[in-house]
Design a protein around this ligand. Sequence first.
Ligand SMILES: NC(=O)c1ccc[n+]([C@@H]2O[C@H](COP(=O)([O-])OP(=O)(O)OC[C@H]3O[C@@H](n4cnc5c(N)ncnc54)[C@H](OP(=O)(O)O)[C@@H]3O)[C@@H](O)[C@H]2O)c1
Length: 348
Amino acid sequence: MRLSLTRAVLPRPNQPFTLVTEEKNLTPGKGQVLIQTHAASLNFADVIIQRGLYDAVKKYGGYPLTPGFDLSGTVLACGKGVKHLKPGMRIIALTRFGAFSSHLVLPATQVFPMPQNLSFEQAASLPTVFLTAAYALRQGNPVQPPQSVLIYNAAGGVGQAAIQIAKAQKLTVTALVSSTQKAQALKHLGVRTAIGTPPKGQDFDLILNPAGGQALRQSKRHLAQGGTLVIYGFNNFIAPSVLPRPLALLWRLLTLPLFSPFPLVGFSQRIVGFNLIHWFGNGSLVAQAMHPLLALFKAGKLTPLPSQTFALNDINTALAWLASPQSTGKVVITFPRATLTRPLISDF
Ligand SMILES: NC(=O)c1ccc[n+]([C@@H]2O[C@H](COP(=O)([O-])OP(=O)(O)OC[C@H]3O[C@@H](n4cnc5c(N)ncnc54)[C@H](OP(=O)(O)O)[C@@H]3O)[C@@H](O)[C@H]2O)c1
């Protein structure tokens, strides 16, 4: 199918996005679908990618790059063997990069019918953050299941998703945020908040920490006997610093905590790390994780996070907003209907 396609491209690290429009032939192969994107969401990983600090970019193709992990849209065409999707269906999808594109071809295993009760913006906002939160919360000690959880960066996307899931699991939640404004943003969730540091003298069975650096050392001090520290990010690598950037990075690398195995054995503690990006080669893993989540959204047991919406043309403003100290919840970009071109020539 010949299409006029618009995508947001990062030419190289530390450059802003540029919008590229080109005519392209996109035809779904066996087991694939062609999608027209209506909305996509930004994740903190996109900030790290824009700064050139996301390791997996090199592994999966490098720059120039069209990032983006989450999108919603409409199926334009299905390749052979695709059973659960049809042209015209509203869908929600995950991809290892490429979501910031008006059209794309994806393996059908990464594409799901969109729950009726969600808007395109809501649907695009949820896959990565809810998958990450659900996976992180499953890492607790299986022999001694967690009762309390401490969630770092709790007002952000993964943080708020984790609060919802942890509450549904009846865990006692402490939400750690960086400011009173962020604590205020969590008021409606009815959880205990801590600002800046975890509550003194309190230990937790499960600690979700994407902050990295010194915060890891702090987490370790608040880990209960039998507890699990889950690490899935290193936000502090891009935190502002008085040092020039390369020096700040080097300093943060050198001051990463080293964990001794003795207390891990002595207190039956566990430290777990993961990165969902490696799931994308395995469609059935993605599907297995997405189906129960989508069922919970359909049933209204999980709800989309508050989000800030920007037009595709403003993607650089959207990224700057996500990297700012004020942002809470999700950041979504929409593809204006005017640029959602009809197929120019259809060979179906
Ligand atoms: N491993 C995985 O598979 C995986 C998957 C998804 C996400 N993640 C990680 O999970 C974390 C949350 O992701 P998200 O997309 O939901 O982002 P987010 O939490 O919405 O935003 C990132 C958080 O980092 C802090 N922050 C903002 N700007 C910062 C800056 N310039 N320097 C340092 N910290 C800053 C803020 O928390 P405070 O104001 O509370 O400090 C903010 O809430 C990120 O570290 C991300 O890389 C990992």
